[in-house]
Write a protein that binds this ligand. Sequence first.
Ligand SMILES: Nc1ncnc2c1ncn2[C@@H]1O[C@H](COP(=O)(O)OP(=O)(O)OP(=O)(O)O)[C@@H](O)[C@H]1O
Ligand SMILES: [Mg+2]
Length: 293
Amino acid sequence: MTPDLMESMHEVRARHEARLAGQAGESGGDAAFGRLLHAGQPDFTQGVALYLDDITVSFDGFRALNQLSLAINVGELRCIIGPNGAGKTTMMDVITGKTRPDAGKASFGSTIDLLRLRENEIAQIGIGRKFQKPTVYEQLSVFENLELALKADRRARASLFHRLSGEQLDRIGEILTLIHLKGEAQRTAGLLSHGQKQWLEIGMLLMQDPKLLLLDEPVAGMTDEETERTAELFLSLEGRHSLVVVEHDMKFVDQLTEGRKKVTVLHEGSVLAEGRLSEVQANEKVVEVYLGR
Ligand SMILES: Nc1ncnc2c1ncn2[C@@H]1O[C@H](COP(=O)(O)OP(=O)(O)OP(=O)(O)O)[C@@H](O)[C@H]1O
Ligand SMILES: [Mg+2]
């Protein structure tokens, strides 16, 4: 859960409360969703979840992204690797609306122009992002964190002041099992290990059932066992969600790609190589700029 998404969760809650209290005016209530509807629904029938075309981002003349093009298929699990400063996080910033590119196109599915949406709108149409540092509500229990994430989902807004439906309880139970925290449901989130907090945050993102999940260095700081379990978790999400995973941990990438999936190597803001992990690891250019260090 990103700080921004947390903020938007609060916004959604506040808007909903205002609406129920009959105070929602032109600028409150469903205004933001009205804009989304206007932008159309995402269309995944072409098989593409995300499409970046010729994206360039400059910071004071320095090109963090340089004509970057990339396509992620529906249900695909794609690992992105590359040296520090290659532009991996900047790419996620562009997809989530945090950074506006100077040039290029970015679409979600085949119809949604991401460059026309605001950050909270992008989160609401089904793109979830996990930053490196875990951000969960430390004071609340594991269960309450998931409950809050569920209620931030606009499709569940009607139930904000009601008890959770059986279906919603089932969904929370399902996610608790998936993220290996079933036995910790009533535990205060602040008492979890670093790895468990990361899983909880991923679980919070999953409560909103995002079509596309962006995960920036998800296993940094995890123990070997936690890393392995995280790989299993991501593999179980593949298919139902598209995942873009940025990582430096090659053992983890190897486990995720299962010897066959495509890996993308970024360098100086562009794609340097793409192919199976074993192929890019044998690529001289890749060894020179990254793996051989
Ligand atoms: N807001 C910003 N202002 C100026 N320069 C920036 C900004 N954000 C990123 N950069 C620069 O853009 C380049 C790409 O950074 P980015 O964080 O995307 O790299 P990365 O591939 O995620 O690296 P790492 O593996 O270290 O996380 C770096 O040189 C970085 O210093
Ligand atoms: Mg980064």
